[in-house]
Design a binder for this molecule. Sequence first.
Ligand SMILES: [Zn+2]
Length: 498
Amino acid sequence: MAYRWETPASIWLEDEHSGQFELASSDGLGRIDWQAAARGRLADCAHLLGASLPRSCDHAAIYPEGFAFCPTCGRPLERLGAAPERHPDWWGPYADALLPRHVPHGLPVTSLALGDSLEERPPAPEVGRFDVAMPPPPNAHCVFAAATCGFPEQRLLALAPGRGVLQYWDPLAEVWHVLLPEEGAADLAFGASDYGWLPTSHLQVPARRGDVALVPTARGLYRLAINPVSETCRTEAVLAAPVVAAPGLMRRQLGVLVRNPGGTLGLCCLGADLSPGPQFDCGALPLTGWTRPIGYDGQLFWLHGEGQLVWRPGEAPRWLAWPDTWLPSLDLGGPTLSRDGRMWLIGHDGQSYSFLELGTERPQREPIDGARLGFANLLFRRGHPVVDEPWSGEHVEDQHEDDSLVLPLLRSFNNNRSQPSGLVLRFHKYTGRAEEALANRVIARTTVEWIGRRNVILDEVARLARPLDCVPFVYANRLWLHHPDWNRIRGWNLEVPT
Ligand SMILES: [Zn+2]
């Protein structure tokens, strides 16, 4: 026999013999598998539900939301969830909805003012070190999100698209959990193109507890939700066609590239409320190998080794093949802007590098004398920043940096700064080709640096390979840097702990 307790969001059962409470259901969570105590998950579940925990008695391990006193002995309880946390969401830098319109969206650019705190550290040449570390998720090739998903506190998720595995970090037990798909849930694996999800919070759909994002898969576009109490995830079909590239959002319109039944490329449009819109047949175009869409000037750009697909909501998409022998160097970074606001991409014609204007039938070309790494005006020629036009000469402050190579990882967009700032890797005593440093070459010494009003060396790394696998993210007021080869994720505090 059990007593039934109803709170605004949940139903709990109290065992009349043991006095222990068991969660029977809670809004938006679906089926509850209450083994939290057995799995050491009680504290995390209590924080997520806004439930109460014992403070000075042990009559029950957890109490329903709103309980202020233990019903057995009357002692006060710890009530959680009363003051929701206010940390900014992180969906990968390419999904930052708060960037202004004149900054391209979809590139590794964040609106968080990371420099204000990182630049308080001792400046270069002093070599710093990370403040904290956390274990990497078991499936280490992943993308990260830090969001509340409708709960009172933010949590960290890591999705490994190669294996279709969603992982959840329990910050109280300090353990990663693999969230098991509920019956009927879609396979989350996606490998056709660069991975990118669309946070549900960017859409105009009624919020539900557990909401995560729209995710592309080989079967279709799905709405993904989590149930961290039962450690499961579930999906709901939004579009039932094989998705071939990360979806994009522009002016309340969603664009999704799919494989049509006849094997051609299709563009499906949806409203931000997920209402169906027009569909376009783009013909015999590639079905793999697209970048995440870049949003700029009211258009979405999906880039590919063969050309660019440009779509302005309300119009038909345009395919622009690259001109004559020009090929993009997509590994070197991404699009960047000239001072007049046009967008450019680095590439080469087999002989030499150049920047090509994007989004136009007859693009202008600007030759350069060597590779440049970066995106969105966080651009470097070897160890030196390029600060004027993308093709301008580099700004040499220190001749010694001639024998280093800088790879930008994340730009922090900050309106009050004239020069771009951001997180970079510096490969020391590296005079080889940029393409080789980004491939399989092992680089003996790399420093992790913040470039801003003051340059700060945050850490150093010995024997780094595949630097493009580095994933920066922001969670719990810290900047983190993950690499699948590392046995811990490095973290730097963004504020002095008080
Ligand atoms: Zn008690």
